[in-house]
Design a protein around this ligand. Structure first.
Ligand code: HEM
Length: 201
């Protein structure tokens, strides 16, 4: 297993791997090679990346409960912040490129279309996590409260996977897989917190 120190050395590579798709899609968008509906495609790519990173953050959280994978904690904050970064880009694409900052329309759309409402709720749920992500906030709030706030990632993940599930009309298998994985990780978290005796960890 990797030590925390050796893992810290590969963190820049993980950073690069996560940021690269954004440059690639931006280049394709500017270049006109993002298909017939480039705004929709860009939004879909950003949204799906955000969802994958949310799920990855949950995976890291679960795995790092175990001694052998504790080094993964080093990457959790970065991956989580990137998830929010991609969601923000997704949201900004919707606000600026898709709806030209027509705030009245956007508010109506968020209230009217349930799948957008779910995406927006998910976005809102992630904000407290980002605000409390600096290490200083952990000290200020204390571990118990900080941890409680960070459990918000579970409802955020559920709302965003439902957002995906509701908007897809034809093949719902992919969003259903996300929902399944998220529920599995949530179940694991509940078992770990309430049932698993401490000595097994
Ligand atoms: C955590 C928050 C969010 C996540 C993880 C997320 C994720 C996704 C995903 C996975 C898709 C489908 C991608 C695909 O079809 O391959 C999508 C599409 C979409 N999302 Fe989000 N989303 C979030 C928040 C939002 C918000 C806040 C809005 C707007 C208020 C929004 C608006 C949309 C729209 C309009 C589409 C459909 C794009 C299209 O195909 O026309 N999403 N999102």
């Amino acid at each position: 297993m990797l030590s925390t120190q050796s893992f810290k050395k590969i963190k820049p590579l993980i950073f690069l791997a996560i940021i690269t798709p954004l440059f690639f899609w931006t280049f394709q968008f500017v270049n006109g090679s993002l298909g017939v509906n480039p705004i929709e495609k860009l939004m879909d790519n950003l949204g799906e990346m955000a969802l994958r990173l949310i799920v990855l953050t949950l995976f890291i959280s679960s795995l790092s409960d175990f001694k052998q994978f504790r080094f993964l904690v080093e990457a959790r904050r970065m991956v989580g912040l990137f998830a929010f970064f991609y969601v923000t880009c997704h949201f900004l694409t919707y606000i600026i490129l898709d709806h030209f900052l027509d705030i009245t329309f956007i508010i109506k759309d968020i209230l009217k279309r349930p799948f957008i409402t779910f995406g927006f709720i998910s976005f809102l749920l992630l904000i407290p996590l980002v605000l409390t992500s600096p290490k200083i906030m952990l000290k200020k709030l204390g571990f118990k409260i900080w941890k409680r706030i960070h459990y918000l990632i579970y409802p955020a993940a559920i709302f965003s996977s439902l957002h995906f599930y509701m908007l897809v009309r034809a093949n719902k298998i992919e969003p259903a897989i996300y929902i399944f994985i998220i529920l599995l990780l949530l179940l694991y978290r509940l078992i770990y917190k309430f049932i698993l005796p401490r000595r097994v960890r």
